[in-house]
Write a protein that binds this ligand. Structure first.
Ligand code: HEM
Length: 302
């Protein structure tokens, strides 16, 4: 969608995503999936097992995404179109190779979710439990009503747009926010106190609590949203802004609630920017952490 020219097709995609996928009702519907993901991220097993536990497929996907993002941001052909003829950076060739990989990955997801839907239907229940529905499940079910334009190819492209536009952006925002919090431990402590006084130690921060928690973050986010326009502006502005803010606030909040974070040395974490569409850090953030002793009983149950 992000690469679609302004016209009927883009309008259809925008309508589908803005009104159907990102509506308040749908976002509420997907909240269980987000909660599970954040719990998974915070689970002590995963944190102590470290890199080995990271799913191989997810890692492979992450690498492809990184490369796509890097290629998109460093393409001279966009600025000097005549260079397209020679493709001096070899970007087109690399992009074609990457897209084949990505298509295979997306097709697997579509097939997997389609067969889950078929299995659910043949087991007698008409749909999966609403709380367990994902974006893909919803789009597959929309194919019946939107058959004029939502064929499998378009569906995969919408998924790609969501993945490209929604994953690195959120991850990078969390990484920058953690960087700033590590450089300002008093702000980290203030955020923790606020979460602690609202959620306590009996459970993990969850979406319904977000509006009343992280007030400090909300205040600053509103300032940033109004001044720096991180979600763009106008008709091409980010349709996933509400989801993005929720994911970032929830993930960041849980990281602060569950762990004590420290810089690796007395020096401030470097704020240099790398190249990439989503303004990555020049060097990935590294920090040390320990589970908060008051949260261990919850972390070990995840
Ligand atoms: C903190 C997280 C996010 C940030 C900072 C962000 C930022 C942006 C920005 C600046 C644009 C406008 C680009 C332009 O002007 O052409 C945009 C577009 C877009 N974003 Fe996001 N985004 C975030 C999260 C998400 C999420 C979670 C999704 C979906 C799952 C998403 C989907 C999209 C799509 C599809 C577009 C293209 C819209 C169009 O061309 O009509 N974004 N995003």
């Amino acid at each position: 969608m992000g690469f679609s020219n302004y016209g009927n097709h883009w309008r259809n995609l925008r309508r589908l995503t803005t009104l159907e996928i990102f509506s308040a009702k749908r976002l509420a519907m997907f909240s269980a999936v987000r909660r599970e993901e954040v719990q998974d991220q915070s689970s002590s097993g995963k944190w102590t097992k470290g890199k080995d536990a990271v799913n191989h497929k997810a890692k492979e996907f992450q690498n492809v995404m990184r490369e796509v993002s890097e290629l998109l941001s460093s393409n001279l052909n966009d600025f000097v179109p005549v260079l397209k003829w020679v493709d001096c950076q070899g970007i087109e060739k690399r992009m074609i190779k990457l897209m084949k990989k990505m298509d295979g990955f997306l097709q697997c997801l579509v097939d997997e979710h389609r067969s889950m839907a078929t299995a659910t239907a043949s087991s007698g229940s008409s749909t999966r439990a609403e709380g367990k529905m994902t974006l893909i499940d919803f789009m597959l079910s929309s194919q019946e009503t939107e058959s004029s334009f939502l064929d499998d190819e378009t569906l995969k492209r919408v998924m790609l747009a969501m993945l490209l536009a929604g994953t690195d952006t959120s991850a990078s925002t969390i990484e920058w926010a953690m960087t700033l919090l590590l450089n300002h431990p008093e702000a980290m402590q203030k955020a923790w106190l606020e979460i602690h006084s609202n959620v306590g130690e009996d459970g993990l921060l969850d979406e319904p609590e977000l509006p009343k928690d992280l007030n400090w973050a909300e205040e600053r986010l509103v300032l940033v949203v109004n001044k720096l326009l991180p979600f763009g502006a106008g008709r091409r502005a980010c349709p996933g802004a509400v989801l993005g803010r929720r994911v970032v606030a929830l993930a960041l909040g849980c990281l602060i609630q569950c762990f004590e974070w420290q810089r690796l040395s007395h020096d401030l974490v470097d704020l240099a920017e790398g190249t990439g569409l989503t303004m990555p850090k020049s060097e990935p953030l590294q920090a040390s952490y320990n589970p908060r002793h008051t949260m261990v009983h919850i972390l070990t149950k995840l």
